[in-house]
Design a protein around this ligand. Structure first.
Ligand SMILES: [Cu+2]
Length: 486
């Protein structure tokens, strides 16, 4: 937690950054980011997970826009790893995806990143190796607007996780073996539930209450032991002390491996001001859908009367939740009920209303690429256009083109689709054309169509994938390759 006083005290250093970044500091010493293994206690039981310690000793990184991204990542774990800067658009070779311009960083080894960062906002960093993300190899990456170091009286960053005591590789093998929690197609919800996962618990069959949600759709592949907000469970939540009548900016990151969540502001109302780090025209909200890997910036005002205000993070189809409590001095913090009615499936009814603040230059779309999101049968193979492609090229682009991707989800599960190296605008949901949010992850619900449009302005070979860790590792990933690139 940071308040305005701390920022002002440190302003001397921060204010100097934009001047120094004008090329004169190309040789500046890198800041150290260390990937670690650590022990985390969850519900009274110890688990070995990963962690990321930033230059200040805290998890992750906070920096100012205009500051060059000059970082040394040290791998202080026994496993090869790699860090992806989710939300930044580095040049090819520094994106942190294995086999796409960069090799994994071996145990005890380090890798230096150095590029001019142009992206502010609420972002995050995470491993792009196998299923390491499920083992909490993730941390916030906050890039503050330079001349307004603090947007409100107070800011608070919340990183969300789904948590399991099990070995994620074992979970994936079980899913692929057909004996896992995955129910395959939307309609065969009667079969195959969670042998070895605690059958039925935490799973939803979709109540049909959502917008166009097919009844019977399985919402989750994995049954989790807990959900975490800043590493804490709901029975021992983080208490954030706030001032009566003050404003607060929550920067929320869904770092889950496989759980789409609702942000539930409870008794409070807020203004959603940015998604995936990019400003939208503020929208008054009580709930915000936050798909895997998405971010939301919400401004809240704490009532003059004070009190304790839980903010919950509720995975779709699940009765458990994670949460934090915003509390003014002396307020009694009541215990939060550990379970409630399962949260409904995320839908796009709110996405439809988002309007980006930034306007791209008027320019016709060069081409529209059709992309089928496929798979999810009993074999748990997922894919794009009918094949599990991983590093295969889905389509090629030339620098300077404006490309639309029309994604058709042919499966029974929703997919949070993420493009590396670029932002896209959400330009249509179904047949409804919109001037939507600028994002790097968009949710495509079952049997729905979402169109996004991006400008090809960053040559390379870029990953485009479902951010659900098990779908991605089971094939729902491909690349978009610039024809000029290697
Ligand atoms: Cu997916």
């Amino acid at each position: 937690m940071i308040n305005r006083r701390d920022i002002l005290a440190g302003l001397g250093a921060t204010a100097a950054l934009p001047l120094l970044s004008r090329g004169s500091l190309a040789q500046q010493a890198p800041q150290l980011i260390t990937v670690t293994r650590r022990t985390l206690e969850v519900k009274g039981k110890a688990a070995t997970v990963y962690g990321i310690t930033g230059p200040t000793g805290k998890p992750g990184l906070e920096m100012a826009l205009g500051q060059r991204f000059t970082m040394r990542v040290l791998n202080d774990t026994p496993d090869a790893t790699i860090l992806h800067w989710h939300g930044l658009t580095p040049p090819y070779g520094q994106d942190g995806v294995p086999m796409l311009g960069q090799d994994p960083i071996g145990p005890g080894k380090s890798f230096d990143y150095d590029f001019a960062n142009t992206r502010s906002g609420t972002h995050w960093m995470h491993s792009h190796m196998g299923l390491q993300e499920q083992l909490l190899l993730a941390a916030p990456l906050i890039v503050r607007e330079t001349d307004q170091p603090l947007f409100d009286d107070q800011e608070h960053v919340v990183l969300l996780h789904d948590f399991t005591f099990r070995d994620p590789a074992e979970i994936l093998a079980e899913l692929q073996g057909g004996g896992g929690a995955h129910a395959g197609h939307a309609m065969d919800h009667g079969a195959g539930h969670g042998a070895g996962h605690g059958a039925g618990h935490g799973m939803s069959h979709g109540t049909g209450g959502g917008m166009g949600q097919m009844t019977g759709g399985m919402l989750n592949d994995v049954v989790y032991d807990a959900y975490l907000a800043n590493d804490r469970t709901l029975d021992d939540p983080e208490i954030v002390s706030v001032q009566k009548g003050s404003s607060l900016r929550l920067r929320i990151i869904n770092g889950s491996a496989a759980s789409n969540m609702w942000v539930d502001l409870g008794a409070l109302e807020g203004d959603l001001i940015a998604v995936d780090g990019n400003a939208i025209h503020p929208m008054r909200v009580r709930r915000v859908p936050l798909a895997i890997a998405q971010r939301a910036d919400i401004r809240l005002r704490i009532p003059e009367s004070g009190g304790a205000f839980p903010v919950l993070f509720r995975p779709e189809g699940v009765s458990q939740a994670a949460g934090i409590v915003l509390a003014t001095a002396g307020a009694a913090v009541a215990r939060i009920a550990p379970e409630s009615e399962p949260a409904p499936a995320l839908d796009l009814s709110q996405e439809l209303l988002y309007r980006a603040v930034a306007r791209p230059p008027e320019e016709p779309v060069s081409r529209t690429e059709m992309l089928m999101l496929t798979g999810g049968g009993p074999d748990y193979v997922w894919g794009l256009n009918g094949k599990a492609s991983m590093h295969d090229t889905i389509f090629s682009v030339r620098e300077g083109e404006r490309i639309s991707i029309m994604m058709h989800n042919m499966t029974g599960m929703s997919h949070p689709m993420h493009l590396h190296g670029h932002y896209f605008r959400v330009t249509a949901i179904g047949n409804t054309v919109i001037d939507g949010a600028l994002r790097d992850v968009v949710l495509v619900p079952p049997m729905e169509t979402v169109t996004v449009t991006f400008d090809a302005d960053n040559p390379g070979t870029w990953a485009f994938h479902c951010h659900h860790a098990y779908h991605m590792n089971a094939g729902m990933m491909g690349t978009i390759a610039y024809t000029s690139a290697a």
